[in-house]
Design a protein around this ligand. Structure first.
Ligand code: SAM
Length: 324
């Protein structure tokens, strides 16, 4: 059966790629812009002569415009279900996460975060552009309500091919629902899985982007990095960002605060550099991309820092790791 919704998204993407507005395309084809809008909304398909013209104009076959390719099938051996989301973990939100998931939905975190990413962010926009310039398959790990680097990649190229992942089914469903409405991108795939045990075949992904997913990993971060290495193609890149209290900051803390923090929250000193090397990545470029302080924060680590009379500085690092 013809999937008119998919066809609509595909021809909209081809039109955008050619730098044409709906009116420009309508003029070229000698139809009304309402007709173009109807095709793109999946409400109708053009006549065969127009299809031929579109196929010549965009240098794609008519099949290419209609076929709804399930990218996840060759990569995982499992078909994406009719919901448009591939589940490799339970569809039901995990008990302990329900409150968080409800708050995310009720307070529209995804919409708010998305709007924030649409404003100017020179650094993340730059990374988004860099990732988007890759023609292959991008995997966004632990997208979370912020989406990691994915919103910036889509800002640079709405036609980028991205698998959006999280272990929380609510996160993935919310992103699918939002992006279907907002962007109409034809090359987005949605997968619920644990990135410490990826259901993906070896050497099948071109770029993995991770805007804080691994740093907030449920499970072993070292295992997540090993999995990232395994699924990347040779020459592929993992672009990962994480924030921690670095050695210089640690050394400048009062000895008592060092002792208590090391005992109670060793995770805040966790630099994943060695685990990244152990995972197999031989070329790793680290860039400091910012910092934040616990001063006005409401987190448990901020409370602990205040009780110790210190204002802890976290430094954000973005690491470009190549699988050689
Ligand atoms: C705190 S969020 C922050 C990062 C996120 N990229 C963002 O921009 O909002 C971390 C996300 O990683 C997801 N996550 C944690 N462990 C995971 C795992 N093992 N597999 C997949 N997703 C995971 C969480 O469900 C959460 O949505």
């Amino acid at each position: 059966m013809v999937n008119m919704g998919h066809f609509g998204k595909r021809i909209a993407a081809l039109r955008r790629k050619a730098g044409l507005s709906q009116t420009d395309l309508a003029e070229k084809l000698g139809v009304t812009s309402q007709a173009v809008s109807k095709w793109e909304c999946g409400n109708s398909v053009p006549d065969i002569d127009i299809l031929l013209e579109l196929s010549h104009m965009h240098k794609v076959t008519i099949n290419d415009m209609f076929e709804d390719v399930d990218l996840l099938y060759p990569l995982t051996g499992t078909q994406t279900g009719s919901s448009g989301i591939a589940y490799f973990a339970p569809e039901q939100e995990r008990e302990y996460n329900i409150e968080w998931a409800n708050a995310m939905q009720a307070d529209k975190w995804i919409q708010r975060n998305w709007e924030y990413t649409r404003t100017d962010h020179a650094y993340r926009d730059g990374i988004g552009k860099q990732i988007a310039s890759c023609d292959g398959v991008i995997l966004e790990l632990g997208a979370g309500p912020g989406g990691g680097f994915m919103p910036y990649i889509l800002k640079a190229n709405p036609n980028a091919t991205i698998i959006i992942n999280d272990l929380s089914p609510t996160v993935v469903r919310e992103w699918k629902c939002f992006l279907d409405r907002e962007l109409d991108s034809p090359n987005l795939y949605f997968a619920v899985f644990d990135f410490c045990h990826m259901p993906l075949k070896d050497n099948c992904i071109d770029i993995i982007s991770d805007g804080g997913g691994i740093g907030n990993c449920e499970g072993s971060k070292a295992k997540a990095l090993k999995e990232a290495y395994r699924v990347l193609k040779p020459g592929g890149k993992l672009i990962t960002s994480t924030g921690f209290v670095n050695r210089e900051t640690f050394a400048a803390l009062p000895v008592e605060a060092q002792k208590v923090l090391l005992e109670k929250r060793p995770d805040v000193f966790e630099d994943l550099y060695e685990d990244t090397v152990l995972a197999g990545f031989s070329k790793i470029d680290s860039v400091i991309s910012g910092c934040w302080y616990t001063d006005d924060d409401e987190s448990s680590i901020a409370d602990l820092a205040r009780s110790l009379g210190v204002n802890l500085k976290f430094t954000s690092y973005t690491r470009y790791c190549t699988k050689e």
